[in-house]
Ligand binder design. Structure first.
Ligand code: NG6
Ligand code: CA
Length: 510
């Protein structure tokens, strides 16, 4: 890539030591992490989507760098988010799989998070949107009518306005600074992932009440806003969210935060709900993609991106804001609601042709869009094929803001600032990802190895996705797609990859 070196740029690249700030106090860049949910490698225009309009993401891409080999650490949400915030692979930690809405806090609040790193450097920090890392001290024992603790406030975030888990899991209320936002005292909240509350309808027994979206598999417990959910809840009243307003409310809060903190450095983790199920975008986005609700949710996500970038521009701080846009895992069409996502795809390929998808060990599972923009530093319009992994977010941000990252032995991530700013000559040697049954994969520039581990060839519960699980070792030449297993022809490579993976497994991180 052609890099034009500005003074600031050389400063960032040439003289950066792990513990040295890029710039002095007044020049500290703001950091905006835009984390989409289930957005696939092929889901936006600049990654080749043929029809769905994503003008704001495409314009972000034109003002920054687009990565072609960037990875979430897992092909589902909770483990990816765990690694993103802690720099540790989730497969090292028990209890980091897709979390229920009543899961206790999964990140040990003694651990350093990326928000702690920013705080140490004097940043204001906030998270808006999908949390999915547990809340409270004990699973199932939260009292949602009082302050829930621990919360993101205990992990370095000054402000939070979050959904406890996912939009398809109860409780369907936002948590703002530890308490239910807009709490309705006339409708106390009860939550259970075991049994229903007497007299409350469910999707299973009262499908006629599913007036907004019908379930295709699962999602047949409590009904909120005419949509069946996972888990049971009672109450909530006027605090219950309306799915069609989620993007608006989290975007509005993030924009407010940007505006009120424009004069000091900040870190915003904008964790979008789009394009996770239930896909139920605001009416103004309906029909805008020509691809039904899933496409319309992509357009809605693109709108959020546009609003955030516009807020930065209006505050005069866009140039010195590092924006990273990526996704927690790959795409899925039918993920449990009859929203016709498959039928309406037309020529659109959510994975951009990669094999597999969400949940899978194949590339569609964890290779995700990844765009980095920082107008003051990163040249416009580049494309970068370096291997990058979200596990590096914490140490990379620590290097950016001049904070000592936790000792190497405690984290898997490494400072990858040069690569994240688009330097083709700087790359991870290899990237490890985790599929939903914990099959691990190891990708180098040339190869992808999928460790042998049993499991069904297709996701068994509904989505039509190849898992990539096999009792045989798999090796793919990444100059192509993962269709031709060449493990038999390259036993030495298989052996080397296997040993690299074993060394990672043996690493002591505590
Ligand atoms: C699955 C859900 C799916 C989605 C996923 C988590 C069923 C049948 N399927 O169990 O709809 O919620 O969990 O997605 O319940 S993630 O992106 O948050 O990891
Ligand atoms: Ca996800």
């Amino acid at each position: 890539m052609n890099i034009e070196k500005t003074a600031f740029f050389s400063l960032a690249f040439m003289s950066l030591l792990p513990s040295q700030a890029v710039a002095d106090e007044t020049e500290k860049p703001n950091v905006l992490l835009i984390y989409a949910d289930d957005l696939g490698y092929g889901d936006v225009g600049c990654y080749g989507a043929p029809t769905v309009p994503t003008p704001n993401i495409d314009s972000l891409r034109r003002q920054g760098v687009l990565f072609t080999n960037a990875y979430a650490t897992a092909s589902t949400s909770t483990p990816s988010r765990y690694s993103l915030l802690t720099g540790v692979y989730a497969w090292r930690r028990e209890g980091t799989d897709v979390a229920a809405g009543d899961a206790a806090m999964i990140i040990n609040h003694q651990n350093t998070t990326v928000a702690d790193v920013f705080k140490k450097s004097g940043y204001r920090t906030a998270v808006f949107g999908k949390w999915h890392l547990g809340l409270g001290a004990v699973t199932g024992k939260q009292n949602w009518n009082e302050r829930v603790s621990p919360s993101p406030a205990d992990l370095g975030f000054d402000e939070h306005y979050i959904m406890a888990a996912t939009a398809d899991r109860v409780p369907c209320v936002f948590i703002e600074d530890g308490v239910v936002a807009g709490y309705d005292s006339t409708a106390p909240i009860e939550v259970s992932y075991k049994t229903n509350f007497a007299g409350e309808p469910t999707g299973r027994e009262n499908p006629e009440l599913l007036y907004n979206l019908k379930s295709s598999h699962g999602h047949n417990m409590s009904i909120v806003n005419g949509i069946g959910r996972i888990g049971y809840m009672k109450g909530g009243g006027s605090a219950l969210w309306k799915d069609e307003n989620i993007a608006d409310s989290i975007t509005a809060r993030a924009v407010d935060f940007i505006r009120s903190n424009a004069d000091e450095p900040f870190f915003v983790y904008f964790a979008a709900n789009d394009v996770h199920v239930p896909r139920f975008p605001h009416p103004r986005f309906r029909g805008t993609s020509g691809m039904g609700l899933r496409g319309d949710a992509i357009v809605q996500f693109d709108w959020s991106v546009g609003r955030l970038v516009a807020a930065l521009r209006e505050c005069g701080i866009l140039d010195n804001t590092l924006i990273i846009l990526t996704s927690d895992n790959g795409p899925v069409t039918d993920d449990g609601y009859a929203d016709r996502a498959d039928e309406l795809l037309g020529s659109h390929k959510p994975t951009g042709g990669l094999r597999g998808g969400k949940y899978s060990a194949f590339e569609g599972g964890a290779r995700v869009p990844f765009i980095v923009s920082w107008p003051a530093v990163v040249p416009c319009g580049g494309e970068c094929g370096s291997l990058v992994s979200q596990v590096d977010f914490l140490p990379t941000m620590a290097a950016l803001v001049g904070v000592e990252a936790p000792a190497d032995s405690f984290i898997d991530g490494k400072n990858a600032l040069a690569a994240w700013l688009g330097d083709e000559n700087s790359s991870r040697e290899y990237v490890i990802t985790q599929a939903s049954n914990h099959t691990l994969t190891l990708r180098t520039a040339m190869w992808k190895y999928i460790e042998p581990k049993g499991g069904p060839a297709m996701v068994p519960w509904g989505p039509q996705i190849e898992t990539g699980y096999s009792l045989e070792p798999q090796l793919y030449d990444m100059r192509g797609y993962e269709y031709n297993n060449v493990a038999g022809s390259f036993p030495a490579v298989v052996n080397e990859m296997k040993q690299l993976m074993q060394a990672e497994k043996d690493k002591k991180t505590e």
